[in-house]
Design a protein around this ligand. Structure first.
Ligand SMILES: CCCCCCCCCCCCCCCCCCCCCCCCCCCCCC(=O)SCCNC(=O)CCNC(=O)[C@H](O)C(C)(C)COP(=O)(O)OP(=O)(O)OC[C@H]1O[C@@H](n2cnc3c(N)ncnc32)[C@H](O)[C@@H]1OP(=O)(O)O
Ligand SMILES: Cc1cc2nc3c(=O)[nH]c(=O)nc-3n(C[C@H](O)[C@H](O)[C@H](O)COP(=O)(O)OP(=O)(O)OC[C@H]3O[C@@H](n4cnc5c(N)ncnc54)[C@H](O)[C@@H]3O)c2cc1C
Length: 572
């Protein structure tokens, strides 16, 4: 259903109905409210948007300007857009598709502001789809990609909704206007944590798609001479092509396994939260924010590497790679801009470091921060051993977290306010948080390949892929590992030569590794990545369908070129 609506063409966007609007009802509505709206949403009897971001604020949720003011005399909330910058801006489906929206607004009752909360607002008539009274709607215009989705704007002119339309699972407003606190003010943000977790899977899927296209095409494409007089080789025989593609292929698997962990963590922690135990929320937020930021950034860069590895045809929309890149680029900004998200993870790491310094034993994804010894023990390490590689990444992350936190402490000891010290160390903090997430992805990848129930021959291939991913990370960030002598130059050279060996070892399984994603041609939508490998015939057919080829001489010749040529010839 969703796919059908999605492919209806321009102006229809139902993605956010499924990934944001409906989950918000599931996570933030009371049982009573779920009875009223959840089935309607699940059956697409209503279509919703998740309207949080405004023209003036996306990152800083506490700065949102839309207001929801409680009127006890009518037991209604008045939803209002007081300024131009309070206009809701970007929500998917808001422009032309949705007839409902969960609107994030500053809640006012009895003259006091209680911060951002979610409200269910009907925005279009269920009869004729016209905007409801007081609601102004529209599309925000063409974007980098995903132009089939009507990301829209909305303004509210004192729109009245019943008190019961405030999503009240966590916080409540009683009939007399009394505000009842939630167990944590951040529970209103819970759906963002959920969505960020799903972005990790989207990143894996996007990178899986891009590597499928590029690896298959690299087996079809033959170019140049490796040895004089020999036939042109498949471009995948070039080590440079393997160096471009196989780390992205390994990352797709690494991120897919990380998304398994994220899904499991989200389920178990939200399960505990349902029973009132909020203790896991902070780590869940930090992990989802960091993984979302890290995986989407690596994926966007990786898709562009795949695009470039396909030469000119990679730049054509026939490849499917520009569209994938545009989508992945959106994942870097949406649902929490990547820098801001990684800073959230850094904030959590600095807190955990301080607790560890105070003697607390750390657990979960930060346990290694307490265990790692500051003084490195140099020596000839076995750079093909997964345990050695995981330990190297954890040492690097622990060192960088410690360094950033100590730098910040130093700034504050010089008299800087905490916020100023934070800002002046934020580049170090970002790098430390990235190293932390990278070490988590490596450890999780290694643990998964060692425990996942597969045939031993498959385990061997996945182990090679994990070694390749880890060795690539070490050689790409060699300076971080060399800095305190934990790894030596010899170790880095060993890592580099093992990486070359891994490229050669993965080569025979490369096509099987992408075929394992089982991405149908209809999903891949790529002439270059076709399962049957008949690229050139279908590239020609694809080109012939270009709108410009509808006429042999395009109308622009008569309008512009012909007069221009004539006038130039007349001057000769
Ligand atoms: C191997 C692979 C196999 C593959 C198999 C293939 C299968 C087949 C699949 C098919 C494949 C097909 C290919 C698919 C390709 C897909 C890729 C293309 C997709 C393209 C789609 C385009 C994108 C569409 C979707 C877009 C959806 C976007 C929706 C939105 O954007 S909604 C709006 C999102 N907005 C935000 O996120 C706002 C961000 N800002 C904030 O969250 C907050 O403002 C803040 C930055 C966190 C700051 O908040 P505060 O100021 O309040 O907090 P402060 O920093 O002061 O901290 C206070 C304490 O609060 C804690 N805290 C903060 N937030 C949270 C929280 N959420 N939860 C808990 N706690 C929180 C914080 O930690 C502080 O705590 P303290 O330190 O203890 O004090
Ligand atoms: C394709 C797409 C779909 C979207 N769908 C939805 C949707 O359905 N619903 C919805 O509500 N929103 C949606 N959004 C909006 C999205 O959530 C916001 O764009 C996103 O949260 C980023 O906020 P912003 O645009 O205000 O960026 P800004 O925060 O203005 O970012 C600009 C720059 O400022 C920097 N910056 C900001 N704050 C800090 C800080 N504290 N420290 C350091 N640097 C900082 C950022 O790192 C960035 O470099 C969508 C966006 C896109 C692109």
């Amino acid at each position: 259903m969703a796919a059908a609506l999605q492919t209806l063409g321009g102006g229809i966007g139902i993605t956010l109905h499924w990934i944001a609007f409906t989950p918000t009802i599931e996570q933030q509505a009371t049982e009573e409210q779920k009875k009223k709206w959840l089935k309607l949403a699940q059956d697409v009897a209503i279509v919703g948007a998740y309207a949080q971001t405004e023209m003036g604020h996306g990152t800083f949720v506490r700065g949102l300007e839309t207001t929801a003011t409680y009127d006890p005399s009518t037991q209604e909330f008045v939803i209002n857009s007081p300024t131009l910058t309070s206009t809701k801006w970007w929500p998917g489906g808001l422009g032309k598709t949705a007839n409902h929206a969960t609107v994030m607004a500053q809640l006012y009752t009895r003259g006091k502001c209680y911060g951002p909360h979610n409200f269910m607002v009907q925005i279009r008539s269920l009869e004729n789809h016209q905007p409801c009274p007081g609601v102004t709607l529209g599309d925000i215009g063409p974007k980098m990609e995903s132009n089939g989705n009507d990301n829209g704007f909305a303004r509210f002119d004192h729109v009245r909704i019943p008190r019961e339309n405030m999503l009240m699972k966590f916080a409540r407003v009683e009939a007399d206007g009394t505000y009842v606190q939630p167990p944590s003010s951040k529970l209103a943000y819970s759906n963002m944590v959920y969505l960020r977790g799903t972005f990790v899977m989207s990143a894996a899927q996007a990178l899986a798609s891009a590597t499928t296209i590029a690896v298959r095409y690299s087996c079809v494409r033959r170019q140049s001479e490796m040895k004089p007089g020999e036939p042109e080789p498949q471009i995948l025989e070039y080590q440079t092509q393997q160096y471009k593609l196989f780390p992205q292929l390994a990352a797709a698997y690494a991120f897919w396994f990380a998304s398994w962990f994220m899904t499991q963590q989200h389920g178990s922690i939200t399960g505990s939260m349902e029973k009132g135990d909020m203790s896991g929320l902070a780590e869940l937020h930090a992990l989802s924010a960091g993984l979302k930021s890290y995986t989407t950034a690596v994926t966007a860069r990786g898709i562009d590497v795949c695009r470039m590895a396909c030469g000119g045809h990679g730049y054509s929309h026939a490849s499917g790679l520009p569209a994938l890149f545009g989508g992945a680029a959106a994942l870097c900004t949406a649902e929490g801009e990547n820098t801001v998200m990684m800073l959230q993870t850094a904030r959590y790491l600095v807190k955990c470091f301080a607790q560890s310094q105070a003697g607390k034993r750390l657990t979960g994804t930060v346990a290694y921060l307490s265990a790692v010894q500051p003084s490195p023990v140099a020596g000839n390490r076995n750079m093909s051993d997964l345990g050695t590689l995981v330990a190297a990444f954890q040492h690097r992350a622990a060192r960088m977290v410690r360094h950033a936190a100590m730098q910040m402490q130093g700034e504050m000891q010089k008299g800087k306010a905490r916020e100023d010290a934070w800002n002046s160390c934020s580049v170090l903090l970002i790098k430390a948080a990235e190293a932390h997430v990278h070490s988590f992805v490596v450890r999780n990848f290694a643990e998964t390949v060692q425990t996942v129930e597969v045939d031993e021959s498959v385990r061997a291939v996945l182990t090679s892929l994990c070694q390749l991913y880890s060795l690539y990370g070490i050689t790409e960030h060699a300076g971080d590992f060399l800095k305190d002598g934990y790894l030596t130059g010899r170790d880095i050279d060993a890592a580099s030569s093992h990486l070359s060996a891994m490229l050669a070892r993965v080569r025979p399984d490369a096509v099987a590794l992408v075929d394992a994603f089982d991405l149908h041609d209809k999903i891949l939508r790529s002439v270059l990545g076709r399962y049957d490998g008949r690229v050139y015939e279908h590239l020609y057919e694809w080109a012939k369908k270009s709108p410009l080829n509808k006429s042999e001489v395009h109308e622009s010749y008569y309008k512009y070129l012909q007069p221009f040529l004539k006038s130039n010839r007349a001057k000769l």
